[in-house]
Design a binder for this molecule. Sequence first.
Ligand code: MN
Length: 268
Amino acid sequence: MTAQNDTTHTRRSILGASGGAAAALAAGPALAQATTAAKSPFTVAQTTIPIVGTTDVFPVRRIYCIGRNYAAHAREMGSDPTREPPFFFQKPTDAIQFVAPGTVADHAYPSLTKNYHYEVELVAALKSGGKNIKMEDALSHVYGYALGLDMTRRDLQRALGDEKKPWEIGKSFDQSAPIGPLHRVEQVGHFKDQRISLAVNSTVKQNATLAHMIWSVAEQIVRLSEAFELKAGDIIYSGTPENVGPVVRGDTILCKLDGLPDLSIKIV
Ligand code: MN
């Protein structure tokens, strides 16, 4: 008798639950409207990047980064570029630190690291996206380009990699993505073989051309879109050439890419 009651009770619960779900489904459009009208208890800032030649800003949706996209850098990181293809990781959108041309932005040396590295990179910004984008269509999704830095807590990245843990804390921390303003494709065209370089305190450390990228920007878009649905507002850090290295407080980094203004930060 008790067992039967329990069964009845269980059945009622299930019926009740599914009845509730059905009611929620029936009220779907009304609920969706209510959600749209609902107020948030606080606001979350939208990360944006100024667009050169306009008063507009580019809203950033996701920051994708390409790892080991230059063979010489892949080798200095201890991998064999003929055996391991480049790969992706992400930074949080608010890791962006906008740096205006002609200025030297203060960049705080981050917590937890004793080996803080620079990586100068071309950044492509998308105005549209999709899944499984074809090579011939890839560049039509690019809105513009910027010069950026993929700042890295190298000691933490290495230690976590060695432990086969995610290296989030080595790559995806606050202000880890300094960037200059966006230049639209109509202004600067597409980037493929321009010279890219980085100096610390006027000594050149990184110096290469974009032609050395294993995956071109178009190929980066194709490969990324096989793993993620790309959308307007996504930006892609294209990877860094060889000779990455450390900076300490007081150092000034100067990045150059032919066709874009210089990008400079001071580590404080
Ligand atoms: Mn990088």
